[in-house]
Design a protein around this ligand. Sequence first.
Ligand code: FEO
Ligand code: CA
Ligand code: CA
Ligand code: CA
Length: 503
Amino acid sequence: LLRTRPRKHGYHFQPIEPSTKDDLVLPRGYKYDVIASYGDVINKKGDTFGFNNDFTLYFPIYDSANHGLLWVNHEYTNPLYVEGEKVNDTYTSSQIEKLLYNQGGSIIEVIYDKRKGSWNMIQDSVMARRITGLTPFALTGPAKGSRSVNGASMVQGTFANCSGGRTLWNTVLSCEENYETTSADAKLDAAHYGWVIEVDPFDPEFQVRKHTALGRFNHENASMGIAKDGRVVVYMGDDKKDACVYKFVSAGKYKESLGNKNSKLLEEGTLYAADLKNGKWLPLTLDAVQNAAKGKSNVLKKFQTQGDVVANCHEAAILLGATPTDRPEDVEISPLDQTVFIAHTNNDKHGNIHGHITRFFEKDSDHGAAEFDFEIFAAGGRQSGFSAPDNLTFDSNANLWTVTDISSDKLNTAVWTSFKNNGMFMIPTAGRDKGVAFQFASAPVQAELTGPCFTPDERTLFLSVQHPGEETKDKLHPTSTWPQVRGGNRPRPSVVAITGFNF
Ligand code: FEO
Ligand code: CA
Ligand code: CA
Ligand code: CA
């Protein structure tokens, strides 16, 4: 069903039709440049770009919308292309090293060449670097050094980095999501993963860290806002079936002049889980949890310190009466009215096959509020034209952009047939087209589009094309050959820059 152009001011594109084409399909007048693919050299030292790029975040250099650092998450690897298959159900140490090196994040330097009209990565950059599953991290907050992390205050590496967010002080938060698989494969202590990490792309001296006060769960992303009284607030989703929506509110207040020293704010505060039945944020304090566990000695044993609470968030949240929801993925704050949008991708346990996007209204529009109301802003399905909303981003006109994540084995089958490949959609949140989804992009075969991020002038959109050809069993016959640059016919996860936006 081809819709008319969106009427709201901002982007005027002719929406595309769903497609099964093995390409990143865009509306007329738009084009993409592949700027970094798996295995590309990213700096003078010879470090290489990791696998399965996800979240991207653009950091202007000298306020430029044409030259900056781009943070990119690398979520997981595929043994077919990275570490090779296990032998006797185990990996060798060199396989483990590959598996860990190609997850985590990349900081790459990107520039727009006005003469050529294209974006490129500067491959001999001195600012570009890697953060991987081998990089030492410091723990902060209540679980640091506690029994819940087996006494650790430094841990090895980050991985399973799905989405993330920008702090008010211009560092990146990146979220460890499905950490169980990699930690088991690499024989690492699972208690050290499932956290939100912080990196300063411009400052290699900034100790990379994991903020345990923000809780341990299957973190999708972290979206930062500020309470009316100046405390910092971080909204987060736990991407599991029947899991909760969280927010962290710092104890201290944000001071712009402190720059990245504001990071301390993420070490102390209150973590809340959402109770949708009563519109209440439930504080996950040790007292509250112990009170709720009264008479259950097994549970009480588990929750002895605040470190235990943050390390076992889901159990604590459910115990307190927080609402299990349908796989809460990305959470983003509207620039228009500060309402909070949450993508619930799907949950087949309850017949929520195509997912929906929820909108939270904090009491008095205050991110620090203890109460909220909510609505279902948009629902996936044939009528809306999208299924499985995942990452979200806003443009400055409060158009919500969502990418979809129908799993590769379900694409183009059964009730997912009409959607064809995964895509990207623009949904106005105000005006006559409020809630209507306009398709902007269609992904290559078996790929997922992730991590959309606009430059500050909104003339470029960075986008990750993750896992093209994911169902490939035989390398000689890949199910996708995208992007067919530099790497021949092998599918390669890549980050692209999309241009053509005008106002
Ligand atoms: Fe890694 Fe929830 O997607
Ligand atoms: Ca995701
Ligand atoms: Ca997903
Ligand atoms: Ca994914």
